[in-house]
Design a protein around this ligand. Structure first.
Ligand code: ADP
Ligand code: MG
Length: 702
């Protein structure tokens, strides 16, 4: 191996981070900017001017010719419009310029971005504004480099048109309310509560040559036809299995790119399904983690292409094996380094922790549909509840130790002990005995407490983590705020906190479930407990216009009614568009590829029937194959007609909920009907005749 990456040297080399700023900016300017970053004070235009100049000089040294305001519209992807630094000189030639104004604010005609009716094309003005809390970075490409400035994106009227604005607002709200609790428990040193997030990212890698032969992968990002390969994930041999060299080479290149961008790519392993892998960075402040996750997804795709591979981020690339998700690890930490979700060695004595835990249970129980909504997209509909991902029902896993503490609180009114992790002895004298955790893990829970953080496991692999964290921050802030109101007003604050903790735990204990989330019994039990089971994206979006949700977001100024309704609209539109593309891709593949291949094959079989008969033998087998093919072919033709009809009807409907419902109920159903005979034919037809690579080719050929 000749490649040696010097990680400490390259880490963050393409980021205008705190270290670079400190090196390059005059001390006073650096301090001013830090004040804005840390305390949210207004940025002085004089400061912006100097920062812009230094940022440009730095970018030019890195070979940048352009800059862009990098933002995250409601498509869930990132967007940019590049501008060259050039400014013509009077007597010919150019200067490379970049002003404070250009750094802080951009204007763009963003009318083609989804806005859910917040803006019509004739009121197209959209603005981008610098989010100085997430560092600028250099995007490298073979043709040059671009300075990317993380920004928020909003309309002329100040409505958020992106995923970042509400997230930033929610961070401020959580900080405010959590700080009240921190103070009430006697901490006078902390000045701020930050949300930390680490997002574990799952993905598939397939060969680019195979990918290019499948229109479904090209257009829909997932297979829409495909009989199962003889082998799937049943042997559990891929999960944590040794990683193939070609994949290791990919991971190595990917890590290098990510490290240059200051993304702390840390853990990599094979996942459950063949060709599936995972990458997790070390957690960071939530808005930076959100930007990093977007960059990570883009870099994953880019690096794969370089190596003649394709990275699939869709939630369900293949039927019959696991799909991909994203585990959103979430915690709250003070600027003095105290993790508010750390139960400590004796959770039963940790009153602050127990109050915060009670507030989180209340928040998740009361606003479960909002969390569910934040994980809703068409791809994820194939995962949630399909025994490979959490069920569509939101519940919280706490584990043995905490559940025991909560039970004591509810039953005895007081928790007096915490179960301890015991020693494990593996029975091999050379392996030391060690202390096991007080609690085992649970893989089936959508919202699991793991050591000192909550892991929200519903988010889809292709989705931005912004929505999930906006919801989490806001609902938890709301509950913490209510707690602070009550405790602040009480004469005996200890007593008030204790009583409130007890009350909220008993009121919301129904959300706690430590058992197997994949079981049928849980679905029934959850229904008895009155927990919502929202099993599809279209129904999930309705949570955004629920009056209780609107009141919540408006109360905290995280989103207005209009912003929420617009997001619901965008949800329906996106759903309809995605299913429409999938349906049209299926029609195209069925008509232009599968049917002709089957017809060719049946011709060959028919000829052989005739010839065998002419030779005086009985073509039993050939006839049976022919009959089976003909039967599936006619089913397929019928299903094709049906899909064509409903897709046309769906596309002609007015956009909105009714259209999305029609796509879900009629078009998706017709797609399933078309897939069945096509997949059956794949199992009958000569594989040399099959028009595109099979599941075996895709999942086992890298
Ligand atoms: P697991 O074993 O569940 O994969 P890890 O400890 O490897 O857990 O963490 C998974 C992700 O959670 C990583 O991105 C990690 O940085 C992040 N993480 C760890 N601790 C915290 C925390 N306190 N707050 C938020 N994220 C965290
Ligand atoms: Mg994990």
């Amino acid at each position: 191996m000749d490649k040696k990456i010097k990680v400490p040297e390259i880490f963050g080399e393409n980021v205008f981070d705190g270290r670079t700023m400190q090196e390059r900016l005059p001390k006073k300017i650096y301090n001013e900017l830090q004040k804005t970053i840390e305390n949210g004070t207004d940025l002085d235009s004089h400061v912006a001017e100097i920062v812009a100049h230094e940022m440009k000089e730095w970018a030019l040294e890195k070979g940048a010719t352009h800059y862009t305001h990098w933002f995250q519209p409601l498509t869930g992807f990132t967007a940019e419009k590049q501008d060259a630094f050039i400014s013509p000189k009077k007597n010919g030639g150019v200067l490379m310029e970049f002003s404070g104004k250009e750094l802080i604010k951009g204007e763009s005609d963003g009318s083609s971005f989804p806005s859910g009716g917040l803006r019509s094309t004739f009121e197209a003005r959209g603005y981008t504004a610098w989010d100085c809390t997430s560092p600028a970075f250099i995007h490298e490409s073979p043709t040059g480099a671009v300075l990317c400035i993380p920004t928020v994106f909003f309309s002329y009227t100040g409505d958020a048109l992106d995923k970042k604005t509400p997230l930033l607002r929610s961070m401020e709200v959580l900080n405010k309310e959590a700080m009240r609790i921190v103070r009430l428990f006697g901490d006078n040193d902390a000045k701020k509560v930050n949300v930390s997030v680490g997002a574990e990212q799952e993905y598939f890698i397939v060969s680019r040559d195979a990918y290019l032969k499948r229109k479904d992968l090209i257009f829909a990002g997932r297979t829409l036809f495909g009989a199962p390969a003889p082998k799937g994930q049943e042997l559990d041999d891929h999960y944590f299995g040794s990683i193939k060299e070609r994949i290791l080479a990919y991971m190595s290149d990917l890590n290098e790119e990510l490290w240059k961008l200051g993304i702390s790519a840390k853990t990599q392993h094979n996942e459950v399904a063949p060709a599936q892998h995972e990458l997790a960075p070390i957690y960071d402040v939530v808005n930076v983690a959100t930007d990093h996750n977007q960059l990570m997804m883009e870099t994953m795709k880019k690096v794969a292409l370089r190596q003649n591979l394709v990275c699939l981020l869709n939630e369900k690339p293949f039927e019959g094996v696991n799909g991909s998700g994203k585990h959103n690890n979430w915690s709250m930490t003070t600027d003095t380094g105290v993790n508010l979700l750390d139960p400590g060695k004796a959770p039963h004595e940790n009153r602050r922790f127990l109050l915060i835990l009670a507030a989180i249970l209340k928040a998740v129980d009361e606003y479960a549909p909002l969390l569910r909504e934040a994980a809703a997209n068409p791809g994820n509909d194939h995962r949630l509840g399909a025994n490979e991902a959490p069920p569509a029902i939101i519940s919280v896993f706490l584990g043995e130790q905490l559940e025991d503490v909560l039970n004591q609180l509810c039953e005895k009114g007081e928790a007096t002990s915490s179960k301890k992790g015991s020693q494990v002895d593996v029975g091999v004298s050379t392996v030391p005995t060690f202390m096991k955790d007080a609690t085992d893990r649970n893989r089936t829970s959508p919202f699991a407490f793991t050591n000192n953080k909550f892991e929200f496991r519903m988010v889809g692999s292709s989705a931005s983590i912004a929505d999930a964290n906006t919801v989490l921050n806001t609902i938890v802030a709301d509950a913490l705020g209510q707690a602070a109101d009550m405790i602040e007003a009480a004469d005996n604050k200890d007593m008030a906190a204790h009583d409130l903790t007890k009350r909220w735990i008993s009121e919301h204990i129904r959300i706690v479930f430590n058992g197997n989330g994949y079981s049928e019994e849980w679905i029934e039990e959850a229904a008895r407990r009155g927990l919502p089971n929202i099993n599809n994206t279209v129904d999930a979006h309705a949570a955004l216009s629920d009056p209780k949700a609107i009141a919540l977001f408006e109360r905290h100024k995280v989103m207005t009614r209009n912003e929420l309704i617009s997001r619901e609209e965008v949800g329906y539109e996106t759903y309809a568009k995605v299913i429409n593309v999938e349906a049209r891709t299926m029609l195209d593949m069925a008509k232009k590829e599968i049917l002709p291949a089957v017809i060719r094959y049946t011709m060959t079989v028919a000829k052989s029937v005739n010839e065998i008969e002419a030779a005086g033998a009985k073509p039993h087998v050939q006839k049976r194959i022919l009959d089976q093919c003909q039967a599936h072919l006619s089913d397929m033709y019928k299903a094709l007609d049906d899909l064509e009809e409903v897709t046309q009807k769906a596309a002609s409907m007015e956009t909105g909920r009714a259209q999305a419902v029609f796509y879900r109920d009629e078009v998706v159903r017709a797609m399933e009907q078309l897939r069945k005979p096509a997949d059956a034919l794949e199992m009958l037809v000569d594989e040399k005749e099959w028009p595109f690579p099979t599941y075996a080719d895709l999942m086992f050929n890298v």
